[in-house]
Write a protein that binds this ligand. Structure first.
Ligand SMILES: NC(=O)c1ccc[n+]([C@@H]2O[C@H](COP(=O)([O-])OP(=O)(O)OC[C@H]3O[C@@H](n4cnc5c(N)ncnc54)[C@H](O)[C@@H]3O)[C@@H](O)[C@H]2O)c1
Length: 254
């Protein structure tokens, strides 16, 4: 049966473009009132307008901005913490940059969007969900959160952090009725994948999936409602829950 989000309120970060815009449209098509947020006000407002939602400027790396947006609101039903960037600065060429060539500015930018964004967002969204005893926070990690990314190790660092954060919050909040989960897409056809990266992926035969397939993964995570779960999707392979067995299984919470 199709997921019914009628009467539910869903927040989407990075909702102006790519995966965020696609998921915002999907949530709306399932009946939700969608709060679209982004740095890009023109495209973000256009998405919100198209789906009958509302738009707010939100830099996810700004803790105060999170409070300003969320504190006056009632609890959300769904928060899709999705905004993210790669280490490459806007306008720069794709390259196998050595770590020493990553500027402080580039490092702070990616940590701010990819790590601070989910931490600050969860910090304000989760307490209200816990108070109500329900809600779901889905975070966009990446396959880069499960494996190595030789051309952008800092991106891999941030996405591994998101996976660990979603799993840990899931263990803590799940028994109190709130689910957190992470999605780990492979390459998807959005602006984050540069022209140079596309050429390289084409040469080595790596699939680039549609953002709709990533939206399918978000819906799968919401329907499953398994606290701390991690959902992987790659090309047209089946959406799969990632459940590795760590060493010392049973001794550490998973
Ligand atoms: N496209 C892929 O191949 C792929 C694969 C795995 C994971 N992801 C992840 O998916 C998420 C969405 O990316 P996308 O592929 O749709 O790329 P995208 O560039 O199309 O969209 C990212 C959006 O995030 C917004 N954003 C960036 N920094 C922000 C900030 N500090 N505050 C608020 N908004 C900010 C951008 O303005 C943009 O609208 C990211 O977290 C990305 O790391 C993408």
């Amino acid at each position: 049966m199709k997921l019914d989000l009628t009467g539910q309120r869903a927040l989407v970060t990075g909702g102006a473009s790519g995966i965020g815009a696609t998921v915002a449209r999907r949530f709306a098509s399932l009946g939700a009132h969608v709060i679209v947020t982004d740095l890009n006000d023109v495209d973000g407002a256009a998405v919100a307008n198209e789906i009958g939602g509302e738009y707010h400027h939100l830099d996810v790396s700004n803790a105060q901005a999170w409070h300003d947006l969320i504190d006056p609101l009632d609890a959300l039903d769904i928060a899709f913490l999705n905004a993210g960037v790669s280490t490459r600065m806007p306008g720069s060429q794709f390259s196998d940059e050595l770590l020493s060539e990553v500027t402080d500015e580039a490092y702070r930018r990616i940590m701010g969007a990819n790590v601070d964004g989910v931490v600050f967002g969860s910090r304000v969204v989760l307490p209200k969900m816990l108070q109500r005893g329900r809600g779901h926070i889905v975070m966009t990690a990446s396959m880069a959160g499960l494996g190595a990314v030789q051309f952008d190790p800092i991106y891999a660092l941030t996405k591994h952090a998101v996976v660990g954060f979603a799993k840990s919050l899931g263990v803590a909040a799940g028994p109190r009725g709130v689910c957190t989960s992470a999605i780990c897409p492979g390459f998807a056809d959005t602006k984050i994948v540069s022209t140079e990266a596309r050429q390289m992926l084409g040469v080595i035969g790596v699939p680039i999936m549609s953002p709709e397939r990533v939206a399918d993964t978000v819906i799968t995570a919401i329907e499953a409602n398994k606290p701390g779960s991690v959902w992987a999707v790659w090309g047209d392979l089946p959406i799969t829950q990632y459940e590795p067995t760590p060493p010392f299984h049973g001794l550490i919470p998973t």
